[in-house]
Design a protein around this ligand. Sequence first.
Ligand code: ZN
Length: 413
Amino acid sequence: MSRGIAPQLESSFDRDAALALVRDLVRIPSVTGTERALAQHCASVLRAAGADVVDLDLFDDRGNVLAIFTGTTPGPTIVIAGHLDVVGVDGFAEHWGDDPRRDPFGAVVHEGAIWGRGVGDLKGGIAAAISAVRTVLASGTGLAGTIIFALVSDEETREGMGRSAGIKRLLPRLREHCPKADLAIYVEPTKLDIYVAQIGFYVADVTITGKSAYFSKAELGVDALKAGVRALELLWGHDETLRARGTHPLLGPRFLLPTTAQAGGLIAVPGECKISLIAAALPGDELDDAKTELEDLLRNVSEMDGITVDITYSSARDHNIGGSPAEVSPDLDILQPLAAAAAEVRIGTGAMAGAPYWSESPFFLNQLQTPTVYFGPGDISNCHTFDEHVDVDEYLDAVAILAGYLLSVCGRA
Ligand SMILES: [Zn+2]
């Protein structure tokens, strides 16, 4: 149930402009690798909103935006972060047929929601944050402190991409302008709750090599499939061990999930077996330790006669084998006004929770020592699907919450 924006912001809150902005952002396609046009558009919107510095960094067909709103008196520094890219749209038109939602970049408003690729993940969050700053500035309140937008390419996972190239490029520039911020809000969809923790993860591809041989001369071969079955048993056993190590109150247990197993294909002894897996780590865990454990475990396989095991890691993010877990205390002072603003605007929101996904908060947390949370409109369970949408009311409430928050921490009477 929405109670609307704080009374002192009511007259400066332009709902039509806020709705137009999110629809504009959705209408600019930005599938990973093609974020340039969206970066250019966001830079011009932020410039028009009154940002003092707008650093548009274009590279390949992509781009990052760093925009800074500097206050007239000292105060906290709040970073609004988000990724510009969206996942692909194959099959969208076929799925929807004649329905108005068939265009993934149409941004249609249908039955009270905005539909389209990226509206939840996470153009709704970017548009809400920009609209919030516009609302606060238009109210005549001066800024105490600094609000920084850090919008980056290359967060989503796509063939050969999605390695956080954008944020890796932006961090040194951000560090130059702002060595340490008080809080970063990464505007991933949270249904207006505040995600203070996330799992870490790594993806490993295991290649087990034996020796192929004609089926009736099997004794001349070394069966890689048999070794693969042994590996799978060990991996599933390790999953149980990890789960037994305890549970994080917001994130659940650690785990390891084999996701692919492939071997053979000829009428012959299978000479090769490939296994892929994803594993989750909890805050406090080191991915280096998880890697050592996996490699020790699979040594039981590589020590089998005639078998070799090769392990590669294909999902380097802030760590060379994956993405680190992250956590900030829900009791941080700088977070309390965000929870309060959410509860004031919409009953039942602003709860401190764990993220059911991995995103780029560890870059800010570990490399800039900036506490980072996720907050935004939208529900991750419909993101990356044909049903991606955000309710108009929820989106407008996200603007109201962020505006109320920025007013309370960076507003100058
Ligand atoms: Zn996202």
